[in-house]
Design a protein around this ligand. Sequence first.
Ligand SMILES: C[S@@+](CC[C@H](N)C(=O)[O-])C[C@H]1O[C@@H](n2cnc3c(N)ncnc32)[C@H](O)[C@@H]1O
Length: 369
Amino acid sequence: MIGQCAVVILKESIKLTMYKTITEGSASIHVPVNEKISHKLDVFYNPVMKFNRDISILLLNSIESKNLTIADPLAGSGVRGIRFMCELDRGKIATIAFNDHSAKACALIKKNIELNHDSARSRPYTITNQDANMFLLQSKGFDYIDIDPFGSPNPFLNNAVIRLSRTGLLAVTATDTSSLCGTYARVCRRRYWAQPHHNHLMHELGLRILIRKVQLVASQFEKALEPVFSYSKEHYMRVFFAVRKSKSAVDKIIDQHGTYQDAGPLWTGRLWDNELVKRMMNRSKPLPYPFDRECLNRIAQEAKISTIGFYDIHMICKAHKMPAVPKFARIIDSVKQKGYLISPTHFSPTGLRTTMPREGFEELVRNCI
Ligand SMILES: C[S@@+](CC[C@H](N)C(=O)[O-])C[C@H]1O[C@@H](n2cnc3c(N)ncnc32)[C@H](O)[C@@H]1O
């Protein structure tokens, strides 16, 4: 639960900054008292990104790897890494390295780790105050690197890939969705070397454009990045990649780059590893704090269907001048009866993902009224 518990003033602050203590997951965190979330803040904490951190923990607890060296190069308040310390299974963490170029952020991370001394289970950690690229390059490398910047992850991709272990995991957040979703198509072409779409599919296609870009960066170093869990939510996109150091695996990744309608080039392969999603679903059932289960449920259903894109039911109804929108449950039942796969999609509340071809599907929707 995110709630205000106390207000403190940290001594390290040159300018007096008011702090409050909140609870996120199993961690208590001092965060600045801010009216507005902005990258101009002294130290950054965004409660809206709780789901992003919840999913990271679920995913790391759902993979078999143990003894991971973890890097949080853009750590902000430290909430992500501290939640890892408190919530990852025993044996999961070998070390965790926090880094931020803001001295205030580093001072706060130290305080926050002390605040969680009892539940952080004495995991070995370091805190450095460097540019993230220097931090990555000067390191010996990591099994898990979490790139969680303001805006585009581009400035950090090269060095993250270089320092990712041969069988590691890379997590990437992008918040520059206005370029990936086609509001600023030119920016997308410059940053992501692809043409976006600004229509009902923009979030899925933008995510696929982001995936291809990260894969291309990795391919230069003969590292194949396979997406194992991806999603788009609110103002950001997020992808977890499993890495393999192999020339032939890189070739197979690049073979799955193509276009969809007029968008791309983009990743045309799978967005999820189904087995991993199942394990994450199971793990999520007993979570001791509020969690957006609806989003994960939708992903678990649509992960079984390997199509690119989905149908927007409201658009179909409008195009056919239908007097009302049929019940989604009715459409889903009818499609299943015809032997096709169908599911809601987390990308849009008005979308349905199905293997049924467009013509037959539109006809079916019209008959569901
Ligand atoms: C979006 S916030 C990170 C939020 C944090 N990962 C979380 O889950 O709450 C980005 C952080 O990166 C830091 N930062 C931005 N550019 C940086 C750079 N080049 N090197 C190191 N830190 C940087 C900022 O000070 C900020 O704390």
